[in-house]
Unconditional design. Structure first.
Lengths: 117, 106
């Protein structure tokens, strides 16, 4: 069974940093691209970052480019999201997703991030 | 950037109804479209990919159609467990979600 378990969420002040982790199991992690997608409270879904299976290429929307960094450790079956210079508008539930031919076919349960002073 | 627009934003229907949800792209996305179902308090779940391919384990009452800029998700006979918000997503030239359609029982 595919499992994705996110950790590292919490309350953080504006301008500070936070790092999310996602541990994957039930599939061959290094065969798949991975992504992060977020959902602000009561709002829709927003793609945040993607990384190729080797980790050699990464992709971001303009809203987080230069502030967020996606990375992976294939030996540890773990995906990361380093979030710097956090803003109130980054408050959301962050989902780790597996990608199969660019489609997000498996989702974690989400990690809640609140940016507030 | 390609924008994705879903309609309606809220849909009320009765058990057994045939339900149709719409998703429109601002330019052609060449069938690079997925549909996701999100029940209250849960993570989204993939239903349809490549516009019309049913994800493994998804009931056959769900189907997708469309091409170019216009796509549709159809539920042939609405069940109580289908109450959820449905999102479309394009994965041609990046990933963008529509704003969602909330489906409720009448």
């Amino acid at each position: 069974e595919v499992q994705l378990v996110e950790t590292g969420g919490g309350l953080v002040q504006p301008g500070r940093s936070l790092k999310l982790s996602c541990v994957a199991s039930g599939f061959t992690f290094n065969n798949y691209w991975m992504s992060w997608t977020r959902q602000a409270p009561g709002k829709g879904l927003e793609w945040v970052a993607s990384i190729t299976n080797s980790g050699g290429s990464t992709y971001y929307p303009d809203s987080v480019k230069g502030r967020f960094t996606i990375s992976r450790d294939n030996a540890q079956n773990t995906l990361y999201l380093q979030m710097n210079s956090l803003r109130s508008e980054d408050t959301a539930t962050y989902y780790c997703t597996r990608m199969d031919y660019y489609v997000m076919d498996a989702w974690g349960q989400g990690a809640s991030v609140t940016v507030s002073s | 950037d390609i924008q994705m627009t879903q309609s309606p934003s809220l849909l009320s229907a009765s058990v057994g109804d045939r339900v149709t949800l719409s998703c429109k792209a601002s330019q052609s996305i060449y069938n690079s479209l997925a549909w996701y179902q999100q029940k209250l308090g849960e993570a989204p779940k993939l239903l349809i990919y490549d516009a019309n391919s049913l994800q493994t384990g998804i009931p056959s009452r769900f189907s997708g159609s469309g091409s170019g800029t216009d796509y549709t998700l159809t539920i042939s006979s609405l069940q109580p467990e289908d109450v959820a918000t449905y999102f479309c997503q394009k994965y041609y030239s990046g990933w963008t979600f529509g704003g969602g359609t909330k489906l409720e029982l009448k």
